[in-house]
Design a protein around this ligand. Structure first.
Ligand code: RRO
Length: 314
């Protein structure tokens, strides 16, 4: 493998030795799984989105893999906020690796409650506020309601002085890109993460004539190869609209070094791997690092900054 090539990156003041991370939700719900990611080639880990109290999540089967990706309706199963905060405090900023602490309250008050605890804690890393979980029965994805995003960020920044990122759902219309960027540009956020799974898809098994997961009549978030073009479009559209000091984490459809290369061309500072990390485990970070370095070597790039955001249009 070419060794004059660096995959280092940063988000705000935080240094990552490698641009690759897991995506929240995938193999990151226990300290055992999180330790394995920190011990791998990955530049750090993201914790499973937490709620104030532990949750069992939705009924099974609640995730199904297909040839092109997967569908899930996990329903936020997690060990509770205190469990992840403790891990994040104990493991922050170790040897070029960051822990990103993801939270997803079921209400504005729950999000503010967890953000207040983070503010009061010794954790000084990046917090990711997930405003895009598609799988809570009866609840909408907050980030499709632009005024609700404005309100929650207004309340948050009255007291929150640490570094905050926002996990966004995919947007599909140019006006949506304009609106969310206009809201986010009004706040001192550090980064956005685009995209969460494509919400409320439906995968059908024609043999059994059935949906393939049980919750919500089979509707669930779609990840994997299905969503790469949507993810790239969101990274690119946000990069063209957000303040330059707001970094972007690109997530969606990554299973090779080439996919990472495309995300970075569209403007990603870091990338996260969800579905395919679920399939392959931590060795994926070695394989994809190698593939990315080979592409960079062929093209004469020595760092990701050499091509980040430099997508050409026709
Ligand atoms: O737990 C989930 O069902 C889940 C969450 Br919180 C999320 O943000 N995205 C997703 O696809 N599943």
């Amino acid at each position: 493998m070419p060794n004059n090539i660096s995959l280092k990156a940063n988000i705000g003041d935080y240094q990552f030795d490698n641009v690759l991370l897991n995506a929240a939700g995938i193999r990151c719900a226990t300290t055992d799984e999180l330790d394995k990611i920190l011990d791998s080639q990955a530049g750090g880990c993201v914790t499973k989105s937490a709620t104030p109290e532990p949750r069992k999540g939705n009924e099974s089967p609640r995730m199904k893999a297909t040839a092109l990706g997967c569908i899930n309706s996990m329903g936020l199963p997690n060990h509770g906020f205190d469990y992840y905060l403790k891990f994040a405090e104990a493991n922050q900023n170790k040897a070029g690796k960051q822990v990103i602490l993801s939270i997803a309250g079921l209400s504005v008050d729950q999000n503010l409650e967890m953000l207040k605890k983070i503010q009061a804690s010794s954790f000084d890393g990046l917090t990711e506020l997930n405003l895009s979980c598609p799988n809570i029965k009866g609840e909408s994805q907050i980030a499709y309601d632009f005024e609700a995003v404005r309100e929650i960020l207004t309340d948050t920044f009255k007291f929150f002085k640490k570094q905050l990122g926002i996990k966004l759902p995919p947007y599909f219309d140019m006006h949506q890109f304009d609106r969310i960027a206009e809201v986010l540009n009004g706040f001192p956020i550090t980064y956005v993460n685009a995209i969460n799974s494509v919400g409320n898809g439906l995968i059908v098994n024609p043999e059994t004539e059935s949906a393939v997961i049980k919750p919500k009549g089979g509707f669930g978030g779609i990840g994997g190869q299905y969503i790469k073009p949507t993810a790239l479009a969101n990274v690119r559209a946000l990069r063209l609209r957000l303040r330059p000091d707001i970094s972007i984490i690109g997530t969606g459809g990554i299973r090779s070094g080439q996919d990472v290369f495309e995300h970075i061309l569209c403007g990603a500072n870091l990338v996260q791997i969800g579905t395919q990390f679920g399939f392959e485990g931590t060795k994926i970070f070695d394989r994809i690092s190698r593939e990315l370095k080979e592409i960079m070597d062929k093209k004469g790039y020595q760092s990701v900054a050499d091509f980040r955001g430099k997508l050409k249009t026709l």
